[in-house]
Design a protein around this ligand. Sequence first.
Ligand SMILES: Nc1ncnc2c1ncn2[C@@H]1O[C@H](COP(=O)(O)OP(=O)(O)OP(=O)(O)O)[C@@H](O)[C@H]1O
Length: 284
Amino acid sequence: MQLELDGIGKRYGDEHALRDVDLVLEPGVVGLLGPNGAGKSTLMRIVTTVLQPTDGRVRWNGTDVREEPRAIRDSVGYLPQSFGVYPSLTAREFLRYLAAIRGVSNVGERIDDLLALVNLEAAADRRLGGFSGGMRQRVGIAQALLADPELLVVDEPTVGLDPTERVRFRNVLAELAEDRIVVLSTHIVSDVEVTASDIVLLHDGRVLAHESPAALLDEVEGSVWEWTVGDDDLAEVKREYTISGTARRSDGVAVRVVSASRPTPAAEPAEPTLEDAYLDAIGR
Ligand SMILES: Nc1ncnc2c1ncn2[C@@H]1O[C@H](COP(=O)(O)OP(=O)(O)OP(=O)(O)O)[C@@H](O)[C@H]1O
């Protein structure tokens, strides 16, 4: 099972949403991480064949999907960033309806399993119009899994989920990724910190890094510092350094900074997190 992106570019008019994206993805959770406007949704829409790239090719198990879109369409489950539901249908009816229009058969039991997976068993026969944003999102996740896809593409899926659901969902994706490729886009580092086998850092339409979380952490090892500054000095520190955190203390403000060299003799080295690595890569 392999998804290969070869020189993918996408222009909207004069604007480059993606440039020269080369990636080879294999089973596991691939965290596509980048700030707003980095090109994450554009990349996901290209992978799911909703959108055609301006340049480059997508290959699914070696087959060029422009030539044979079915090769990937039959294998992909997609949760887009904005996912609409029919408010008058119940969760179960909606999933049955989507299965029917996609030609997925024998789904009765599978729908029960999926409703359980996303923790909606109790609400299965309630109308979607009365669902909270997080509940609708969970229906969205269930529909993406209807055809038991080998490639699952989920665009900012944790938006609207409460912290308990977020953790639960993260674990569900990790389990699913044991024998499939799960591509998850987010700008929230903690969504992918624990479960991702690979992280793709995207910024301004370019891939800044494609590495394991451990390798990304290694890159900032020895480059994260903490010290306390007076209120008057905070603005200057913010101007000069990539700040990855601040916390108010009785004697000033504790700052956490990513910097290749010790910013000041008062700075103590700190254990890096993936968030530090992300900010460092984006900052550079
Ligand atoms: N249909 C479109 N027409 C013109 N420009 C677009 C279109 N869709 C996206 N863009 C531009 O392409 C760039 C990448 O957008 P994209 O939505 O892929 O980013 P993103 O990383 O998913 O952002 P977000 O986290 O905000 O969803 C942005 O500059 C955006 O304004």
